[in-house]
Design a protein around this ligand. Structure first.
Ligand SMILES: Cc1ncc(COP(=O)(O)O)c(C=O)c1O
Length: 461
């Protein structure tokens, strides 16, 4: 047996060099997309060791200063001390709430809460492993079967987060150098993050413009193998519904795959509240990936993809965010399952939510408020067209006992700054009348009092 001699410092350095060389060769072989630094060794590194000097950190500080100069309270991270339905409690004070996705009142529904509690008693608080290993519980299969039934697909897969579902699934199915992703330019962040992660070519088409999509595919389709068109059922900033039948026509014409994100449509739109398929009376097989999230109407936490069995099986054995992540927790799976069943058996919830939203919309319009393209959904923006006005308006309403979130530049363009109202089945006509009245009154006052205020446009990143 040969004795192991400790390596000298020089030998260790040499060994490390070899290892790094090997890694670099591997990265090259894997066609790594590492971008060489354009600064060629001239970076003043000290500037990058202090987070306070990052431009995006300074931009945030500038926004806090704006809050101070307008003398409004920070509207973010307010602590809601109760189950939020049409009401909430903040700092011990009861307020009307227009800021929760509890669209059909299932978070707090006793049957959903009881199902979650029973699941904790039976299976614990975590499944403690990836499902492909030892994390699989009966609830997972039951939930996926119920979702497939709800949507009318062969199968479904559930993951621990709605956001992560789009990131990991789009990021994994689409490939660099071979594939193309074409998405609505108002797509949610997780669609874009997934597209970036995939490394596939990305092209955004103007919001809801299926003719532009058709043109993009006419010009580019033949250059790529897989093409994914990604849209949302209901867009969460504007509350408008995509013309999904048109998108199906175009995706079929160009042999593309279609993903429809139903985060804000499932449980809300359609005669029975069963989302886009219900609203347009679609053949479920015409959409390849029905994506959804449990954090809204399902009163839970997690995400899903429903579609063909072959797709679901493939994703279950391969998607990194599923294979290398824990399974959805017993309480969350049980809550989503109970909600799915209630959604199917109690369409009155969605119908009530839709009636409330229609009432809110017509009353807002009657007061001359700008509600953008919102129609038939539970999301109604009131566009102020000025971030400072949106902040001041949200603050004034908060003082009146109304909690609604402002959406400011740079989350939207300055002229699209708004308050965003989420309407639920629990709201009452009285809640709606009071809120519209106060909103119209304060917006008029703010516009007169403050004129056209400008909001700091600090470059990000
Ligand atoms: C359209 C859309 N997709 C996905 C998500 C992410 O879902 P979750 O918050 O459940 O992770 C959201 C969140 O609001 C969304 O609006």
């Amino acid at each position: 047996m040969s004795e192991e001699r400790p390596l000298s410092a020089e030998e260790k350095r040499e060994k490390l060099k070899q290892l790094l060389k090997q890694k670099a060769a591997q990265a090259e072989a894997a066609k790594s997309t590492v971008v060489a630094s354009p600064s060629k060794g001239n970076v003043d590194t000290s500037r990058f060791a202090d987070v306070n000097q990052f431009p995006e950190v300074q931009a945030l500080a500038a926004q806090f200063q704006t809050l101070q100069s307008l003398q409004v309270e920070n509207p973010y991270f307010r602590v809601n001390e109760v189950i939020v339905n049409n009401k909430t409690q903040i700092d011990g004070r009861e307020l009307l709430s227009w800021s929760s996705y509890n669209y059909i009142g299932l978070s707090g529904d006793v049957r959903v809460s009881e199902a979650a509690k029973a699941a904790v008693d039976q299976y614990g608080t975590s499944v403690s492993a990836s499902r492909i290993a030892t994390g699989e519980k009966p609830l997972h299969g039951q939930l996926e079967k119920a979702l497939a039934e709800l949507i009318g697909t062969e199968d479904a897969i559930t993951l621990v987060s709605g956001h992560a579902t789009n990131v990991t699934v789009i990021g994994h199915l689409m490939r660099p150098g071979k594939d193309l992703i074409v998405y609505d330019d108002l797509s949610h962040n997780c669609i874009i993050e997934g597209a970036v992660l995939s490394g596939a070519r990305r092209i955004a088409f103007p919001h809801e413009n299926y003719e532009a999509l058709d043109q993009i595919l006419t010009d580019n389709r033949a250059d790529y193998e897989r093409v994914l068109v990604a849209i949302e059922g209901v867009y969460s900033m504007d509350g408008d519904i995509a013309d999904v039948p048109k998108f199906i026509e175009i995706k079929k014409k160009h042999n593309a795959l279609l993903l429809v994100d139903e985060a804000h449509s499932m449980g809300v739109i359609g005669p029975n509240g069963l989302g886009v398929r219900d609203y347009f009376n679609l053949n479920p097989n015409d959409v390849d990936l029905w994506m959804g999230t449990f954090s809204k109407s399902f009163a839970s936490c997690g995400g899903y993809i429903a579609g063909r069995k072959a797709l679901v099986d493939y994703l279950k054995y391969n998607t990194p965010g599923f294979v290398y992540s824990v399974g959805i927790s017993p309480a969350n799976a049980a809550a989503a399952l109970a909600s799915t069943r209630i959604m199917m058996s109690e369409p009155w919830r969605a119908q009530k939510c839709q009636a409330n939203a229609a009432s809110f919309l017509s009353k807002a319009k009657a007061k001359g408020l700008d509600t953008g393209p919102s129609k038939d959904t539970a999301v109604v923006p009131i566009i102020t067209g000025n971030s400072a006005h949106a902040l001041l308006l949200a603050d004034a309403l908060f003082k009146e006992g109304i909690n609604v979130q402002p959406i400011l530049y740079p989350a939207v363009a300055e002229e699209a700054a708004r308050l965003r109202f989420f309407i639920t089945s629990d709201h009452t006509e009285e809640n709606i009348l009071f809120t519209i009245d106060k909103t119209a009154h304060h917006l008029e006052r703010i516009r007169k009092e403050y004129g056209n205020l400008s909001f700091p446009k600090v470059p990000m990143g």
